[in-house]
Ligand binder design. Structure first.
Ligand SMILES: NC(=O)c1ccc[n+]([C@@H]2O[C@H](COP(=O)([O-])OP(=O)(O)OC[C@H]3O[C@@H](n4cnc5c(N)ncnc54)[C@H](OP(=O)(O)O)[C@@H]3O)[C@@H](O)[C@H]2O)c1
Length: 213
């Protein structure tokens, strides 16, 4: 497959590229900052410049691929405005691009409990933005899978996760999130599922199969 990853210089995305490449796929890595091209290419992806906030239509940047992954995010240092323009509208623009380019498969990196806003005002906007993006994707008619990790860490991957529609809050290494996203892309039968994700006891593929059964 050829897979377009939006937010390709993000921490999860950078871990995802090498897994996808070793699984035999090609990756188009959509980045906003041309200075990140070299690192993204070192990770095995082809870099494509795409700033989802300044471009209204990102279909050309996404190109003719088999699947898209939303891995972008305004990030913890950003204000409320960019939660709407990246976390919500960026995801919506990727839905539009997928439709326009006849790409049916869309994997979303979302976050746990975004329908239960908590924390400060900016964090609540982030949760609303993610929630609205996820709802739009669920209603898009595309073959979507929504992965909702708990708090992300940079710990080494364990390869063992808990995955299901409604988990207790927890944390998970970014590398394990990348492994789950890569596995979901191998399993078209995961279309139509939204799962919370934390560290757990079950190997990634087995956890996905359990969640499907
Ligand atoms: N932090 C947590 O505990 C947590 C928990 C659950 C879910 N999540 C979600 O997981 C997502 C991925 O996590 P992560 O750690 O991999 O995030 P990250 O490292 O912050 O990566 C996000 C990427 O989005 C890119 N981006 C920002 N604005 C953009 C724009 N206008 N156009 C194109 N790309 C843009 C950033 O590009 P630049 O490199 O140019 O800034 C960055 O590379 C987060 O964004 C968040 O929504 C986070």
């Amino acid at each position: 497959m050829k897979i377009a990853v939006l937010g390709a210089h993000g921490q999860i995305a950078m871990l995802l590229h090498s897994i996808l490449i070793s699984n035999g796929h090609e990756v188009a890595g959509l980045i906003r900052n041309p200075e990140h091209a070299e690192e993204v290419e070192k990770a095995g992806a082809q870099s494509v410049i795409c700033d989802v906030e300044s471009q209204e239509d990102i279909a050309e940047a996404v190109g003719r691929v088999d699947a898209v992954v939303f891995a972008a995010g305004a990030g913890p240092g950003s204000g409320a405005g960019r939660k709407w323009t990246v976390d919500r509208d960026g995801a919506l623009k990727l839905i539009e691009a997928a439709r326009k380019n006849d790409i049916s498969r869309y994997v979303m990196i979302s976050a746990m409990k975004v329908e239960e806003p908590r924390g400060n005002e900016v964090f609540q906007v982030y949760q609303k933005a993610k929630s609205e993006a996820d709802k739009a994707l669920r209603e898009s008619g595309l073959d979507w899978t929504i992965i909702r990790p708990g708090r992300l860490t940079d710990n080494l991957p364990t390869g063992r996760v808990a995955l299901g529609p409604d988990l207790e809050p927890g944390e998970i290494p970014r590398a394990d999130v990348a492994a789950v996203v890569a596995e979901v892309l191998e399993m078209p039968e995961t279309a139509g599922y939204q799962w919370d994700l934390t560290s757990g006891d079950t190997l990634v593929e087995a956890a996905i199969r359990q969640a499907l059964s």
